[in-house]
Design a protein around this ligand. Structure first.
Ligand SMILES: *Cc1c(COP(=O)(O)O)cnc(C)c1O
Length: 494
């Protein structure tokens, strides 16, 4: 299967090339030229498989140049019991007769990013072999909190790779920061940026398009690659859990084969929900895709009006992984909605860069609204949703709460009774401060003490890796101005 750039569809790459490069040189995102289909019979077959087999099977449809045994091995490594603390890997929690919560945080860093970032390093290593690349890949990642840690955890001590992570100095939770600055591994680096997530992400994008820097690094034996969700190797493993959730609902006899299921996804960079859209494109019976935002509601407005406008106040919220005003992966959706019109995508992206705004055509808007619903959730609503579900004996984090609330709103507004899954993207322990506050407790000052406090109060066991942060050595202290990120890269790759 070939991959094209969303900004130039004549530019074609193999999967291995697309994964190695991360971002196309023209700034576009690599997207499959066609979508393989998933038949009802295949869905039935997948029902009889464990998660790792489902992953290898689904990914194999997009990665023809990789051997099936190889993909099976990768999936076994990525989703094994030493990495995931739940035998189902991505289990469904039943809320009521027609509502489930898909828990995607049972991996090593307790956020859904592990679902992809336990896989990507293996795909990248194999891609380097397939393309004959001899240089070392330097992974640059901008993180709103969870990507950075999950990427480092996935890439730590992987051959022929280095990884440098930038995070907004005051834009991540204490636990997230602690997870990052204590990361082990000889090939990892972490640096805070004075600014917000968009500043960090734009800084990384600038570095990627800096040809002079590229040459300088090539001279030192490095090339730059990305672990952000712009990399196809990040999106693909995420397609799997939507298909897997559907299989689990079938296995539990909650739905019939072919019956549509709605998914509500807490959204930031539009990677997670895009993967759901791709599962639908393959033929999975997905009904409505509900895009849930916090009060950074640029996507809600976009879905409702067809106007994307980032010229608005940036809010720091208790769901920081969704504090994003430029959702990079939306570009892949635009490409698809426009019927593969690369020229139009380029125009929109130029307008976004120049004025911070673009408006899609009426035809695209119609297709967008047929599939997507957009809603957002205030800080108060996030807190009250956590509190309400806790009273029903289910503890969720702030990001998951946004999805739960927007799903409720969607059902009230539309009366749609289709079975629905809302996606849980982080363990409540990752955002203990806000979660404890939401259930009426006064959170302990110290973020590690809060973990113990939360266990005492709720009786829900903390993920072992988070509890284990206590007493870990802090390895990284670097902070940089956003204009000086390239210098940090040069320093890191001295
Ligand atoms: C990254 C992240 C999100 C947003 O996912 P996108 O793929 O960027 O839309 C939501 N919740 C949590 C906890 C995350 O880490």
């Amino acid at each position: 299967m070939e991959y094209l750039s969303t900004r130039d569809k004549t530019l074609r790459k193999s999967a291995a090339q697309a994964i190695t490069m991360g971002l196309s040189r023209d700034g576009g995102l690599f997207t499959p030229v066609t979508f393989p289909s998933l038949s009802a019979l295949e869905v039935e077959t997948l029902c009889g498989m464990p998660y790792r087999k489902r992953a290898a099977y689904v990914m194999g449809k997009f990665l023809e140049e990789f051997r099936p045994e190889e993909l099976n091995l990768f999936a076994k490594n990525a989703y094994g019991p030493d990495r995931f603390d739940h035998p189902d890997v991505a289990p469904l929690h039943k809320m009521d007769k027609r509502t489930w919560c898909l828990e995607l945080w049972h991996g090593p860093t307790s956020a859904f990013k592990d679902m992809a970032l336990q896989m990507l390093p293996q795909l990248l290593s194999a891609s380097l072999r397939l393309t004959g690349e001899k240089k070392t890949a330097c992974i640059l990642a901008a993180t709103s909190g969870d990507t950075g840690k999950a990427a480092m955890e996935g890439f730590a001590d992987v051959d022929q790779t280095r990884i440098l992570v930038f995070y907004p100095e005051n834009g991540v939770s204490e636990i997230q920061k602690l997870q990052m600055v204590t990361q082990e591994g000889a090939n990892v680096g972490v640096c805070a940026v004075k600014g917000n997530f968009d500043d960090a992400q734009n800084g990384v994008k600038r570095i990627f398009s800096d040809e002079a820097l590229r040459e300088q690094l090539a001279g030192r034996g490095y090339f730059l690659s990305s672990a952000n969700s712009i990399n196809w190797g990040r999106i693909l493993p995420q397609v799997v859990y939507y298909i897997s959730a559907y299989c689990d609902l079938l296995n539990a006899k909650e739905i019939k084969l072919g019956e549509p299921v709605n998914f509500c996804v807490p959204t930031g960079n539009f990677g997670n929900i895009l993967a759901c859209y791709y599962a639908k494109r393959m033929g999975l019976p997905v009904g409505k895709l509900i895009c849930a935002s916090n009060c950074n509601d640029v996507l809600t407005e976009f879905i409702r009006t067809g106007v994307y406008d980032r010229n608005r106040e940036f809010h720091t919220t208790m769901s920081p992984s969704m504090d994003i005003l430029i959702s990079s992966n939306l570009e892949r959706l635009l490409f698809d909605l426009s019927g593969g019109n690369d020229e139009r995508v380029r125009e929109y992206m130029d307008q976004l860069a120049e004025t911070g705004r673009y408006e899609i055509t009426p035809g695209m808007k119609k297709r967008l609204q047929e599939v997507f619903y957009g809603g957002f959730c205030s800080e108060e609503e996030t807190a009250s949703t956590i509190d309400m579900l806790y009273k029903y004996d289910y503890l969720i984090d702030t990001h998951t709460a946004v999805a739960a609330k927007v799903l409720t709103d969607y059902r009230h507004e539309t009366g749609d009774k289709t079975p629905a899954v809302f996606v849980s993207t982080a363990s409540p322990y990752k955002f203990g401060d806000s979660v404890l506050g939401s259930i009426g407790e006064t959170p302990a000052e110290d973020s590690l003490e809060r973990i113990a406090q939360m266990e005492r109060v709720t009786g829900v066991r903390a993920p072992a890796r988070l509890a284990g942060l206590k007493g870990k050595e802090i390895r990284f202290h670097d902070v940089t101005e956003k204009e000086l990120m390239a210098e940090k890269v040069l320093e890191f790759l001295r």
